[in-house]
Design a protein around this ligand. Structure first.
Ligand code: ASP
Length: 318
């Protein structure tokens, strides 16, 4: 089985084989980029629109680079200067763009579920670049590829996801993906930043970093998502760093060869110590960024291939 879907909206509907197919293709692209080989222009003649209703550095840039490396025409819709500011709804904006017949629509939106809704209304392939606190599928895929390259496998690993779990779409997509591949997952953070019901997700929950990190193979740190907090979730950033910020002392509880990850943007001195983030022997944060381009190339390549196969009328795929 390979990846046969029409859209990439989340990790939830994906079977383990589909995840592996996406990661394998991305790994091939990552290898080609390292060797300086040009990929086949599989998106030539295709139009890709990036529609970001929320700030982004890595995700937007890497989707743009990924599309261009594969030969697509890429248009970045400046939401700040668009009719969205005049009150146009998400669906009206999407329908307008759809009428211009793009092939790929990459969407980030602050509301959970907005991208799924939009996908129901358009005829092109939709890629979720992050919706509220719901999902961020390409982030989880790039994290998985980074882990597999560093550890040589993507199963039976002990992975600690730490910090602001409650507001994080990165955590949610990673829990889904890594759980499907039979890893041992630990969520570590203050109870105020732990989603209610987390204990029922087949994960272990800790509020102490040293306990949660003990013998971990992978330590994944998360940003404090202040833009999604509407109250006092932590006493102060200083206190938070003291208890939950990753520093050498806390990292010592993990395995000696544990890798450190962060999806970015990082708040140095809040959730992670700068020295750890820059330690090339432990941190794979730059590799995560590198794998981001490869994963987005793979996702768009496979979706475009699925579209071609389904031919017209579009929509044969699920
Ligand atoms: N860049 C990631 C996201 O868009 C993580 C973060 O913002 O903290 O969800």
């Amino acid at each position: 089985m390979t990846f046969r879907a029409r859209h990439l909206l989340g990790i939830e509907p994906l079977a383990p084989d589909e995840i592996t197919a996406l990661i394998d293709r991305a790994d091939t692209y990552a290898g080609m980029a390292r060797r300086g080989e040009a990929p086949a222009p599989v998106l030539q003649g295709q139009t890709q629109i990036n529609m970001f209703f929320e700030n982004s550095t890595r995700t937007q840039a890497s989707f743009e680079i990924a599309g261009k490396r594969l030969g697509a025409q890429v248009m970045n819709m400046g939401v700040a200067s668009s009719s969205v500011k005049k009150g146009e709804t998400l669906i009206d904006t999407a329908m307008t763009l759809n009428a211009m017949r793009p092939d790929l629509l990459v969407v980030r939106h602050p509301s959970s579920g907005a991208v799924d809704l939009l996908a129901e209304k358009v005829t092109c392939a939709v890629l979720n670049a992050g919706d509220g606190r719901h999902e961020h599928p390409t982030q989880a895929l790039l994290d998985a590829l980074t882990i597999r390259r560093a550890k040589g496998r993507l199963h039976r690993l002990t992975i600690a996801i730490c910090g602001d779990i409650a507001h994080s779409r990165v955590a949610r997509s990673n829990i889904l993906l890594l759980g499907k591949l039979e890893n041992r997952l630990r969520l570590v953070g203050p109870p105020t930043l732990m989603p209610p019901g987390a204990k029922d997700w087949g994960v272990e929950v800790y509020d102490d970093m040293t306990e949660g990190l003990r013998d971990a193979d992978v330590v994944m740190m998360l940003r404090l998502q202040k833009e999604r907090m509407d109250g006092g979730f932590i006493p102060s950033e200083r206190e938070y760093f003291h208890r939950y910020g990753l520093d050498a002392g806390k990292l010592a509880a993990a395995k000696d060869d544990a890798i450190v990850m962060h999806p970015g943007p990082m708040n140095r001195g809040v959730e992670i110590d700068g020295t750890i983030a820059d330690d090339i022997n432990r941190s794979v944060i730059q590799e995560q960024v590198e794998m981001g381009v490869a994963v987005r190339m793979a996702a768009m390549d496979l979706l475009a291939a699925n579209m071609r196969e389904a031919n017209t009328p579009r929509g044969v795929l699920t």
